[in-house]
Design a protein around this ligand. Structure first.
Ligand SMILES: NC(=O)c1ccc[n+]([C@@H]2O[C@H](COP(=O)([O-])OP(=O)(O)OC[C@H]3O[C@@H](n4cnc5c(N)ncnc54)[C@H](O)[C@@H]3O)[C@@H](O)[C@H]2O)c1
Length: 407
C-alpha cells in the first residue's frame, strides 16, 4: 500500500452536485477513493435522487473487504442549500470548521442563454452574487482553492477556430457575462492575495452522454435546451414534435449547420480531478503565470467540431428513431463554430477527452431508456400525453428548437 493511500480523505465541496455535470464530477471524485464529497444543491434544476444514484455506484464498486476509509469515500454529505443565502452556506462550512474543506468545485449556476436575456437580474444574482457570497465564506473558513465551471460562451463569436484561451472574452448574453464576471472576480482575488488563493476556470465546450451504467444522466427540469438531450427526449416520446427545427444551413461550416465541440461528460468530469490536483501546494501549473497570481483558465473540449446534422445522424444510429427536421432561417445570436483548442489543458493538466460521439450517444440513450422520466420514472413513456410533458420555468413549449448558442 503506498503512503498516499493512507492519507486522510480530502474533503471537497461540490456546488450543484446533483446536476448533470455535478453528479458526474461527484462520481469521478468518489471513483478515486481519495475524496470525501460534500454537495450543495437547492434542486432548482436537479433531483435529490441523483446523488443517491451516485453513492450507490460508489458503494457497489467497493470490495467486500473495503477499508473504513474507502467506505467513507463512497458516502456523500448532500446538503440542500441555496447558494444565494449566505446563512445557509455558512452553516455548511461551520459543520467542518476552519480548514475543514480542502477546496471547492463551483458548478452551480443557471445556464439557459435565452432565459438569461429575459430575467438577467435573476442570472446575475444566482451566478455572480452567489459566487461572491461563496468566496467570502470560503475566505472566512480558510478554504482558498476553487475550480470554477466556466463556458465556451465567454468567447462570443470567436475570431479564431480552434479557440485558444488567449482569445478576448466577449459574451453575447447575460448568462455568458456572468461567466466572464466570475472568472474576473476569481482572477482579481488571486491577484489581491497571491499567497492565499488558487483558482482555475474550466471553460467547458459541449458535454454530452452519461455514465455508462445508465444510473445518472442529464435530466433538465423542463424542455431540454440543448441538442442531444432534446433528440433523446424526442426518441423516447417525451417531446412529441414531428420535426426538429434547425436554425440555418448557410453558415460557413462543412454542411452549413452550426458546429460545436462535444465531449463525453465523464471525460469532462475527470478534467476536474486534474484541476483539483493542480491546486495542491506541490503543483507546477502556476509556475509560468505572468504575475504572482495563481489563476488560470483552461478549455475543456475535444478539439473536434461536429455539426447539428452530424449529431442528428449519430443519434439516429444510436436510437433507431427516424428524426425529421426542417431547416428554418438563422437565429439571431447563434455562433457558427465553437471548437476548442484544448492543447493547453492537455499540456499543463494532462487532460484528454478520448471518448467519441458514438459512445456519447450510446450512453445518453442508455440513460434515457433506463430512466425515460429521469429520476422520477413513474409513467410508461408511450402513455404520456402532451399535457404531461413538463414545460420549462417560463412555460415554454412548442416545437423542438435547439439552443445551439448554448452553454
Ligand atoms: N451543460 C452544458 O452544456 C454546460 C456547458 C458549459 C458550461 N456549463 C456550466 O456547467 C455548470 C453545470 O451545468 P449543468 O449542465 O450540470 O447544469 P445543471 O442545471 O444540471 O446543474 C446545475 C446545478 O446547480 C444547482 N443550482 C443552481 N443554482 C443554485 C443555487 N443558487 N444554490 C444551490 N444550487 C443551485 C441546480 O439545482 C443544479 O443541480 C453550470 O455552471 C453551467 O453554466 C454547462
Amino acid at each position: 500500500m503506498s503512503p498516499s493511500v493512507q492519507e486522510p480523505l480530502r474533503r471537497v465541496l461540490v456546488t450543484g452536485g446533483a446536476g448533470y455535470i455535478g453528479s458526474h464530477v461527484v462520481f469521478s471524485l468518489q471513483e478515486t477513493k481519495r475524496y470525501k464529497v460534500v454537495s450543495i444543491d437547492n434542486h432548482h434544476n436537479s433531483h435529490s435522487k441523483a446523488l443517491d444514484h451516485v453513492a450507490k455506484i460508489a458503494r457497489d464498486a467497493l470490495l467486500p473487504d473495503a477499508s473504513e476509509r474507502d467506505r467513507d469515500s463512497a458516502e456523500i454529505d448532500a446538503q440542500v442549500c441555496d447558494l444565494t443565502s449566505p446563512a445557509q452556506v455558512r452553516k455548511v462550512f461551520e459543520k467542518y470548521g476552519k480548514g475543514g474543506i480542502w477546496g471547492v468545485i463551483h458548478i452551480a449556476a443557471y445556464k439557459a442563454v435565452g432565459e438569461s436575456t429575459e430575467i438577467p437580474l435573476t442570472y446575475y444574482a444566482n451566478n455572480v452574487s452567489a459566487t461572491i457570497n461563496l468566496l467570502q465564506i470560503m475566505s472566512e473558513f480558510d478554504c482558498t482553492r476553487m475550480v470554477y465551471s466556466s463556458s465556451a460562451t465567454v468567447y462570443g463569436t470567436p475570431p479564431i477556430i480552434p479557440i485558444p484561451e488567449t482569445t478576448r472574452l466577449e459574451a453575447h448574453s447575460p448568462y455568458g457575462k456572468t461567466k466572464i464576471m466570475c472568472e474576473t472576480l476569481l482572477e482579481d482575488l488571486c491577484n489581491a492575495e497571491p499567497t492565499r488563493w488558487r483558482a482555475l476556470s474550466l471553460r467547458y465546450f459541449n458535454p454530452a452522454g452519461a455514465h455508462p451504467s445508465g444510473q445518472i444522466g442529464e435530466e433538465p427540469i423542463g424542455r431540454p435546451g440543448n441538442l442531444l438531450p432534446l433528440l433523446a427526449h424526442m426518441a423516447v416520446g417525451r417531446v412529441k414534435d414531428d420535426k426538429l427545427k434547425v436554425f440555418g444551413n448557410d453558415y460557413p461550416t462543412p454542411d452549413g449547420t452550426c458546429v460545436r465541440d462535444y465531449l463525453h461528460v465523464l471525460d469532462l468530469a475527470r478534467g476536474h480531478l486534474l484541476a483539483l490536483d493542480a491546486l495542491a501546494p506541490d503543483s507546477h501549473v502556476f509556475d509560468n503565470c505572468p504575475t504572482e497570481a495563481r489563476y488560470k483558465a483552461y478549455n475543456l473540449g475535444k478539439g473536434k467540431g461536429l455539426s447539428v446534422l452530424q449529431i442528428v445522424e449519430a443519434m439516429r444510429k444510436a436510437t433507431g428513431y427516424d428524426y425529421k427536421y426542417e431547416i428554418i432561417g438563422r437565429r439571431k445570436g447563434d455562433v457558427p463554430d465553437l471548437t476548442a483548442d484544448p492543447s493547453l489543458a492537455e499540456k499543463e493538466l494532462g487532460f484528454n477527452a478520448p471518448q467519441d460521439l458514438e459512445t456519447m450517444c450510446r450512453d445518453l440513450w442508455n440513460w434515457q431508456i433506463k430512466h425515460p422520466h429521469g429520476y422520477e420514472d413513474v409513467v410508461p413513456v408511450k402513455s404520456l400525453d402532451s399535457s404531461e410533458v413538463k414545460t420549462d420555468v417560463n412555460g415554454h413549449g412548442g416545437a423542438a428548437t435547439v439552443d445551439r448558442n448554448g452553454v
